[in-house]
Design a protein around this ligand. Structure first.
Ligand code: 4AD
Ligand code: MG
Length: 432
């Protein structure tokens, strides 16, 4: 009996003499009549396969000759050292089965971005995309393990909602039978409800924003990792953020060195992503920006350009605290030490990548909250349930939302956020 092997295992520990079987897809192929050199890939790596006429039945040799790029194949043979082959080993075929043939692959070496996006369902097989998805899985695993070790319960908030957590401008509205509803922008309000029984909760959900702007950091659908903690102020909230982000990054470099190298990320740079991260107030940031010659005054939110300017030279993330209340959402707690500002922080990734987390301590005073909702012209009836959380046993609490693709974009050094998700949804497309 020949067992099926994964390519990575075969390259790391090639069995001497024993027959092995590999199944995967043709990554490259060339032939010279009597010999076919095919590179086969599976989920773990690539291996060179040599198929020589005479060493296997003729019909199988014919199949190898006809196996075009991205055909699925099963190969049986033995491993041999070969310095010229990727990984220093090649598989010499004694059997070759063409399982799923493929017409000429639409993606060749130089392609327009549009063609690649139209063929995203096929392009995700590329080595770069595969590497990014593996890093994403490691980041999420790092997050979940850290959250579990630190007493957080994973919860499952709804996606249909009647509340605008982050303001009306970016809401996707939909008809919900005879009512109006929205796709969730954030699970925050539901997480706030859940701390009264579970104290520390998190959710990983898709969030939706009808972002009209075409930027390299906005998706209309992104994966949102949100935490909410009872009995927590904004200072403690930031400590949780820096520990979580560091656990995620360290996990990804521990598990995905090769993938990160393939993507052009120097893993050594990421080793320094450990707490504490520097903390700067919004007011100090405005001063820095003005010193750099940017035209910005106190009261304006930081946009991509400003965030880039202040993080370009940095190597680790920075917290920006105490934004003016007016730039931020209604639920943020006013800072009694500087009532113009909120007890909040954005975490900005270094190297110009900018905001990866938005968080704050939450306003617990019912009257202040009512006044804030009124200021923003929010109709109160759909918020009654949320206001009840302030009426029934309110406690100090804080939380934040981390944009998974934003973090991945930074860790993998991706130019565009759409490459941080297999099927990107942007203003321009929801296909495939
Ligand atoms: O700063 P935001 O809007 O904060 C909230 O939604 C809070 N309610 C979260 C909370 O406290 N539970 O979004 C949080 C993060 C941002 O820092 C960013 O990383 C990401 O979500 N994000 C986006 N990522 C990709 N595309 C978009 N359009 C995004 N909008 C926000
Ligand atoms: Mg934000």
């Amino acid at each position: 009996m020949v067992g099926i092997s994964h390519i990575k295992d075969l390259l790391e520990d090639p069995p001497a003499d024993a027959e092995v079987e590999v199944r995967g897809w043709v990554y490259r192929t060339r032939s010279s009549g009597k010999i076919v050199f095919a590179v086969i890939r599976d989920s773990t790596g690539i291996v060179q396969v040599t198929i020589k006429k005479g060493l296997l039945p003729d019909p199988e040799f014919e199949q190898a000759l006809n196996a075009s790029i991205e055909s699925s194949v099963v190969v049986r043979g033995t491993m041999h050292r070969d310095e010229r082959a990727p990984g220093g080993q090649e598989l010499r075929a004694k059997g070759f089965y063409l399982l799923g043939p493929a017409p000429p692959f639409p993606i060749t070496e130089y392609q327009s971005e549009e063609l690649l996006l139209d063929n995203r369902h096929l392009w995700i097989r590329s080595r770069e995309q595969t590497a990014v998805m593996k890093v994403k899985a490691s980041l999420l695993k790092g997050a979940r393990d850290w959250l579990d070790e630190n007493g957080f319960f994973e919860v499952t908030p709804p996606i249909f909602t009647q509340n605008a957590c982050e303001g009306g401008v970016t809401l996707f509205k939909l008809k919900y039978f005879d009512k109006e509803a929205y796709l969730s922008q954030s699970a925050q309000m539901y997480l706030e409800a859940l701390i009264f029984s579970l104290e520390r909760v998190y959710a990983l959900t898709p969030s939706f924003r009808a972002e009209k702007s075409r930027t390299t950091r906005h998706l209309t659908e992104f994966w949102h990792l949100e935490l909410e903690e009872a009995w927590m102020d904004n200072v403690g909230n930031m400590k949780i953020q820096e520990e979580l982000v560091s656990a995620m990054v360290q996990r990804s470099i521990g598990e995905r060195k090769e993938e990160l190298a393939l993507l052009g990320r120097d893993v050594e740079q990421l080793r320094s992503i450990v707490p504490p991260f520097p903390r700067v107030t919004y007011s100090q940031m405005i001063q820095r920006l003005q010193d750099k010659g940017l035209d910005i005054s106190w009261g304006c939110d930081l946009g991509a350009a400003e965030e880039r300017a202040v993080t370009e030279q940095e190597t680790i993330p920075t917290f920006v605290t105490n934004f003016p209340k007016e730039c931020k959402a209604f639920y943020m707690k006013q800072d009694p030490d500087d009532p113009r500002t909120a007890k909040c922080a954005d975490l900005l990734a270094p190297e110009g990548y900018g905001e990866i987390i938005g968080g704050s301590e939450r306003e617990t005073d019912l009257n202040i909250l009512l006044a804030r909702l009124e200021e923003q012209g929010v109709p109160l009836e759909t918020y009654q349930w949320y206001l009840d959380l302030r009426r029934y046993g309110s406690v100090p609490h804080s939380g934040f939302g981390l944009g998974v693709e934003r973090v991945l974009r930074w860790v993998c050094k991706l130019e565009h956020i759409r490459d941080a998700v297999p099927f990107p949804r942007t203003v321009a497309r929801a296909y495939p």
